[in-house]
Design a protein around this ligand. Structure first.
Ligand SMILES: C[S@@+](CC[C@H](N)C(=O)[O-])C[C@H]1O[C@@H](n2cnc3c(N)ncnc32)[C@H](O)[C@@H]1O
Length: 236
């Protein structure tokens, strides 16, 4: 067995090419971007992007679609939600939700691997969200921490987490654990199909969960770019 088969996430290099790994949307130098999602955010979200810690250091297309979707269709409904983002990268989705929905009553968790923790924390502070958003390490396939178990998330956000085939079973395991922990939870799952293997993830999700396509007026636009937006809920 080689290293790649045993590792839960890719060795990242902007120039790397690997048949298991989706290429970056585009290679960007480190810098700070502002996004307001066509005016849906009164004050734009500031996101520092830096690829030095991994591919999550820059914005990916499904993150932009899911962030806008949450703002547009779920803002008010998030007030009492216990929100957790998986594979957050720089935190675009979770931070957008926190910024766009100031009335959320619970802390919002953005999670990723340890390498991404400083960037998540930096972006939390850049937007003045230190008292409302927490950056934590959550490695897919590993047992959930006691903090997350006690938090009992009922809204799970995951964008562009389907990009490295060896990690698919790990992501699936974490989603299953989360939906077992809180059977009434909803996973908002957005991904871009880049290779045929990506649809295998969806096939596995359909076996494990109830999968529903979500209404979004932008669907005709994003589906042209092979972007898919679903909810996963517990199969009763
Ligand atoms: C393609 S990026 C997407 C980042 C962000 N959600 C967005 O849409 O812009 C995928 C993210 O998943 C994270 N990731 C990959 N494998 C992981 C694992 N085994 N456990 C936790 N996070 C992982 C990466 O570190 C990266 O930040």
């Amino acid at each position: 067995m080689n290293d790649r088969e045993t590792s839960s996430s890719p060795e990242f290099s902007p120039l790397a090419f690997d048949e298991d790994l989706a290429p970056l949307p585009e290679y960007k130098a480190a810098g700070t971007t502002e996004v307001d999602f066509s005016g849906l955010l009164g004050e734009p979200l500031k996101l520092h992007e830096d690829l030095k810690s991994g591919c999550g250091g820059q914005l990916w297309p499904a993150g932009m679609v899911l962030a806008k979707h949450m703002l547009r269709y779920h803002g008010e409904k998030m007030k009492t939600a216990r929100i957790l983002e998986l594979g957050a990268g720089g935190g675009v989705v979770g931070l957008t939700v926190a910024k766009g929905c100031p009335s959320i009553q619970h802390p919002l968790y953005i999670t990723d691997m340890v390498e991404m923790e400083p960037l998540m924390q930096h972006n939390i502070s850049l937007n003045g969200l230190d008292d409302r958003v927490r950056a934590r390490v959550l490695n897919w396939g590993e047992p959930l921490s006691q903090e997350i178990i006690d938090f009992k998330p009922d809204v799970i956000l995951a964008a562009d987490c389907v990009y490295f085939e060896p990690a698919f079973p790990l992501l699936m395991q974490t989603l299953q654990e989360l939906l077992t922990l809180v059977p009434t939870a909803t996973v908002f799952f957005c991904f871009k199909k880049r290779r045929r293997a990506d649809m295998q993830f969806l096939k596995a999700a359909k076996k494990a969960f109830t999968v529903a396509e979500v209404h979004d007026d932008d669907r005709p636009v994003f589906s042209r770019d092979n972007l898919f937006l679903f909810t996963f809920t517990h199969k009763s």
